[in-house]
Design a protein around this ligand. Structure first.
Ligand code: B1M
Length: 210
C-alpha cells in the first residue's frame, strides 16, 4: 500500500503533475508513511530519474522544469514537517550567477536538481558580487559554493570570486558550471569541480559531501 502511493508520487512527478504530487504527499502523510521515505523514495528518487534521463538527452529542459515544479509542490507539504522532525539536509549549497551575468535559467535548474537531491540550497541570485559570495559563506556556512556563468565575458568573474574567497580564508568547496566553461578552465581558476549540466552538479556535490 505504502509502495503504491510512493510509486504514484514518482510517476506523477516525472509527468510534472504538480497537483497530484501534492495530494499524494498529503495522502502519504495521512497514511503515516515516514517523511524521509516520502522524500527519498518518492520525490528525490523521481528527480534522480529525471536527472539521469536529462543527462542522456531522453528528456529536455521543459520536462525537467515541470518535474521540478511538481517536486516543489510536494515539498510545500513536506517542508514544515521536515523542519519539525529536524531531518538534516545532505548538505548546504549557496548558488549564484557571477558578477556581470544575468542568465539564471540554468542556475535555477541546477538549484532545483540539488534541492531535489536533498540539499538545502540558498540562492544568491544573479550578478553576484565576489564579496557577496564571501558574505554568504560567513553567514550560512555552506559545504559548497556553486557558480554559474553563461557569457565568455563573465567567466573571469569566477576566477575573481575564487581569489576573493581564498583571500577571505573561508573553508568551502567550489563547483562551477555554465555553457562556455570547460573542465580545464575550472581547474585553471582553482575550482574544486566542474559540472557540465544540472545532473552532473548533483553527482559532484554528492562526491564532495561524502
Ligand atoms: Co543571453 N547569451 N545574453 N540572454 N542567452 C547567450 C548565453 C548566448 C550564447 C547567445 C548567443 O549569442 N548565441 C550569448 C553569449 C555569447 C558568449 O558569451 N559566448 C548571450 C549574450 C551575448 C547575451 C547578451 C550580452 C546579449 C546582449 O544584450 N547583447 C545579454 C547579456 C546580459 C547579461 O547577462 N549581462 C544576454 C541576455 C539574455 C536574456 C536576458 C535575454 C536571456 C536570459 C534570461 C534569463 O536567464 N533569465 C538570455 C538567454 C535566454 C540566452 C540563451 C538564448 C539561453 C540561455 C539559457 O537559459 N539556456 C543563450 C543562448 C543559448 O544557450 N542557446 C544566450 C538554457 C539553460 C538551461 O542552459 O544556462 O547553459 P544553460 O545551463 C545548463 C548548463 O550550462 C549547466 O546546467 C544547465 C542545465 O543543464 N549549468 C551549470 C549552468 N550553470 C551551472 C552551474 C553549475 C553546474 C552546471 O554548477 C555551479
Amino acid at each position: 500500500m505504502d509502495e503504491e502511493i510512493l510509486n504514484s508520487i514518482k510517476e506523477n512527478l516525472m509527468k510534472g503533475k504538480a497537483n497530484e504530487v501534492k495530494e499524494l504527499c498529503e495522502e502519504a502523510i495521512e497514511k503515516k508513511i515516514p517523511i524521509e521515505q516520502i522524500l527519498s523514495e518518492g520525490l528525490i528518487s523521481a528527480m534522480g530519474i529525471i536527472g539521469a534521463k536529462f543527462k542522456k538527452n531522453e528528456v529536455y529542459v521543459p520536462e525537467v522544469l515541470i518535474a521540478a515544479r511538481a517536486m516543489n509542490s510536494g515539498m510545500t507539504v513536506l517542508k514544515p514537517l521536515l523542519k519539525e522532525a529536524k531531518i538534516k539536509a545532505k548538505g548546504k549549497i549557496c548558488i549564484g550567477t557571477v558578477k556581470g551575468d544575468l542568465h539564471d535559467i540554468g542556475k535555477n535548474l541546477v538549484s532545483m536538481m540539488l534541492e531535489g537531491a536533498g540539499y538545502e540550497v540558498i540562492d544568491l541570485g544573479v550578478n553576484v558580487d565576489p564579496d557577496k559570495f564571501v558574505t554568504a559563506v560567513k553567514e550560512h556556512n555552506p559545504d559548497i559554493i556553486a557558480m554559474s556563468a553563461l557569457l565568455t565575458t563573465t567567466m573571469g568573474a569566477m576566477k575573481t570570486t575564487i581569489e576573493t574567497l581564498n583571500a577571505a580564508n573561508v573553508e568551502v568547496k567550489i563547483i562551477v558550471g555554465g555553457a562556455p566553461l570547460t573542465d580545464s578552465f575550472a581547474t585553471e581558476i582553482g575550482a574544486d569541480g566542474y559540472a557540465a549540466d544540472a545532473a552532473s552538479a548533483v553527482d559532484i556535490a554528492d562526491k564532495m559531501v561524502a
